[in-house]
Design a protein around this ligand. Structure first.
Ligand code: HEM
Length: 394
């Protein structure tokens, strides 16, 4: 029988993992209230589901957008909402502009931005690191990748915030404001795309426009849609990864000491945070046919949420899963998804987190939270501290 869980309760937002554990024990498929979406949370089931794009379609993402903001037809679908074969064609083109090698070249600039952000607050005894560090870093990096000048950064941030707030359950989102921002965004970037068409530059938009697979290129509309996806998929998740790492370090001062003494452990720290406090707690799918998961029946057309954060805490895959251990084998964690939709921005997110932590740990000898209780954002999808007031010891 499918067990039912209320996931909007405040105690779930504080600690979703206790409920995930109950869900994994209760049934392979659960029903989440108040949305009524189904969920799958055992590691093996989540993995199989992500590897089965034929029966679990990414059109399920439409359910995350309030009806008044959905665009008609599939022409405006983002890459993450697409299924094969259309997904593969688009992915082939954008991958060309987003290779790990291209991303690795950004390291010096990411380090410079990280230094500037940390230095701006380093003189204060108490800092609020969400507004001052974890939000601006990914925002500035994506803005620069797209060739947006500093004078448009405030607009860029507003467009990005409004795009993210249009996802249901995150914030109620002011529909008129969201639509206005979307129009401004489209107007600005359509102009930039036309400029690059006439005169290519050394930025991501130009690379996207030049990418070619078997004679096919991206249309202006596809480039625009992809830029919008980068804002939604890349900003809040990376902010969350760095914020969750800071929360975890303040809970484990011994790990802070160990990593500060040996910064080569930072990549392991980041991987364990991805597993232990996964930024994207769940993603969306929709069944294309009647089928069964773990003996439970799923009718065609069901919205199903693979709970990545639950899979990453499944004891059958990660022994003693609620223990934070930077020395454990984290291979196989699903924080970036799996298979054809595996996160395109994973190398960038890992690089930003690594570089920012290197800079922070070289600047600060200790970090202590001012508020003992972490104020988590009221979202079931993204796990992230809303604010993070810290006392920093230089
Ligand atoms: C896809 C997580 C950062 C761009 C995904 C998926 C996950 C994910 C779970 C798979 C979605 C699915 O299968 O339905 C994360 C996390 C991040 C992060 C946890 C940070 C810690 C980024 C960044 C970018 C990015 C920085 C780009 C700037 C994308 C894109 C896709 C994607 C374009 C769609 C790929 C496709 O459908 O083929 N991400 N992401 N992500 N991510 Fe990320």
């Amino acid at each position: 029988m499918i067990a039912v869980f209320d996931v909007a309760a405040p105690h779930v937002l504080r600690n979703p993992y206790a409920v995930f554990s109950e869900m994994r024990r209760a049934s392979a498929v659960c029903k989440l209230m108040p949305t009524g979406f189904l969920s799958v949370g055992r590691y093996q089931d989540v993995l199989s589901l992500l590897q089965n794009s034929k029966h679990f379609s990414n059109t399920g993402y439409t359910a995350s957008i309030p009806p008044e903001l959905r665009s008609p037809g599939s022409a405006s679908a983002s890459i993450v909402q697409m299924d094969p074969p259309r997904h593969g064609k688009l992915r082939g083109l954008v991958t060309k502009a987003f290779t790990p090698r291209t991303i690795a070249q950004l390291e010096p600039r990411i380090r410079q931005i990280s230094h500037e952000l940390v230095e701006a607050v380093a003189g204060q005894r108490e800092c609020e690191l969400v507004q001052d560090i974890t939000v601006p870093l990914p925002m500035i990096v994506i803005a620069e990748l797209l060739g947006v000048g500093p004078e448009r950064r405030r607009d860029f941030k507003r467009w990005s915030d409004d795009s993210v707030s249009s996802l249901s359950l995150i914030k109620a989102g002011n529909v008129a404001q969201v639509k206005k921002s979307a129009q401004e965004f489209a107007h600005y970037f359509s102009g930039e795309i036309e400029l690059r068409r006439r005169e290519p530059k050394e930025d991501l938009i130009s690379l996207l426009m030049q990418a070619e697979v078997e004679g096919a290129q991206l249309t202006s509309e596809e480039v625009l849609r992809f830029i919008n996806t980068l804002l939604i998929a890349g900003n809040e998740t990376t902010t969350s990864l760095i914020g969750n790492t800071l929360v975890t370090l303040t809970n484990h001062p011994e790990v802070f000491e160990e990593v500060r003494a040996n910064p080569s452990l930072i990549p392991q720290l980041v991987e364990e945070v991805l597993r232990y406090e996964s930024p994207a707690q769940c993603i969306f799918r929709q069944t294309t046919t009647d089928l069964e998961v773990g003996g439970e029946h799923l009718p065609q057309g069901s919205i199903v949420l693979p709970l990545l954060a639950s899979a990453n805490r499944d004891e059958s895959r990660f022994p003693d899963p609620d223990r934070f251990d930077i020395h454990r084998d984290t291979q196989g964690h699903l924080a970036f998804g799996k298979d054809i939709h595996f996160c395109l921005g994973a190398p960038l997110a890992r690089l930003e987190a690594k570089v920012m932590l290197e800079v922070m740990l070289s600047r600060w000898k200790g970090l202590q939270r001012v508020e003992p209780e972490v104020a988590w954002t009221s979202s079931f999808f993204i796990r992230s501290p809303e604010r993070l007031r810290l006392l920093a010891r230089a």
